[in-house]
Design a protein around this ligand. Structure first.
Ligand code: MEV
Length: 329
């Protein structure tokens, strides 16, 4: 039996970090995807995982499970999904991804979501709720205390306002004549470490930071309203303010600042870091007419500048191939 699933990466428009403490954040799925193919192995219960981009392969068997492997979270997703469909066979898993790893585009969540869906599809109809829950277990291993926004947006696609432990509401985007541009500092960072740093700062200065968290909460609701009304100027200005709040909690860097100011000076409606910060990417909201200018300005500071097209599609099963007991399809 074989199946292939794919899931999108994401951009957080506003609210990252604040979302870890129960405040709302807005995320959008993008048209860069992780793809996972799974094939059952007879006479074995091993899970073999290969990542084409990371150029690594690891076999997880009942005798040896390497918890230090970067592929361990994928193993956790695969093995929970295998339990869910009560399958005892081994699995041969191949991961390919268009998403830059450790840059803030949710590549680990997209891989976990696609893995869970591909394994479940071997035997059952894929229930998105279960896929997202399984991927969240894998995300906990990668990031420590994630909010769950990455696995949620990767599973459901589109644009969402997400609140930890409460779930999400869809945002009906009304964006005309604008595009999102991403630029990479080229500096990978660990979401888990950044989240832990912010939590420590929040615990130490809670009375100082509480109003900033409150402000981020109001800001996210205002952005959601402006997105639905097509008020792109307000969205841009609030993105700038959100960047300031993220700087205040210590997650910006000089490289991120260079990119943010380059985008704003070249005419972006708004620009901010996106994801965990400490490196990774910025996101800029731009009128399409200014796109070339802004891309050129960002290219001065970044080797990787992308246009992020919003994708309505969350996780999908791309291919399913079953053999009956006698090997005839
Ligand atoms: C990571 O994409 C976003 C953070 O808010 C962490 C999380 O929500 O789990 C930094």
């Amino acid at each position: 039996m074989k199946s292939i699933a794919s899931a999108p990466g994401k951009v957080i428009l506003v609210g990252e970090h604040f979302v870890v403490e129960g405040k709302p954040a807005i995320a959008m799925a993008v048209n860069l995807r992780a793809r996972v193919s799974v094939e059952t192995i007879d006479n074995s219960s091993d899970i073999i995982i290969r990542s084409k981009e990371l150029k690594i392969e690891e076999t997880f068997s009942s005798k040896h499970i390497n918890e230090k492997s970067p592929l361990y979270p994928v193993y956790v997703a695969a093995s929970l999904a295998r339990q869910h469909i009560s399958l005892e066979k081994g699995l041969d898993i191949i991961i390919t991804s268009e998403l830059p790893p450790a840059a803030g585009m949710g590549s680990s969540a997209a891989v976990a979501v696609a893995t869970a869906a591909a394994v479940i599809a071997l035997r059952k109809k894929v229930d998105r709720n279960i896929v997202s829950k399984i991927a969240y277990e894998a995300e906990k291993i990668v990031h420590g205390k994630p909010s769950g926004i990455d696995n949620t947006i990767s599973t459901y696609g589109g644009a969402i306002l997400y609140i930890k432990e409460k779930g999400f509401t869809r945002i009906n985007l009304n964006l005309k004549n604008v595009a999102l541009v991403l630029a990479d500092t080229g500096m990978p960072r660990s979401t888990g470490k950044m989240v832990a740093r912010v939590r420590k700062l929040k615990a130490r200065y809670s009375s100082v930071l509480d109003p900033i968290y409150k402000s981020a909460e109001i800001l996210a609701y205002e952005v959601a309203k402006a997105l639905e009304m097509g008020d792109v100027k307000t969205v841009g200005e609030l993105m700038n303010i959100n960047h300031g709040l993220l700087s205040a909690i210590g997650v910006s860097t000089i490289e991120l600042e260079h990119l943010v100011y380059a985008a704003r000076n070249a005419g972006a409606l708004g620009a901010k870091l996106t994801g965990a910060g400490g490196g990774g990417l910025i996101v800029a909201l731009c009128y399409k007419k200014d796109l070339l200018n802004i891309e050129n300005a960002l290219s001065g500071y970044s080797k990787k500048v992308y246009i992020a097209n919003i994708s309505r599609r969350g996780v999908i099963i791309e291919h399913k191939h079953m053999h009956s007991m006698n090997g005839v399809e």
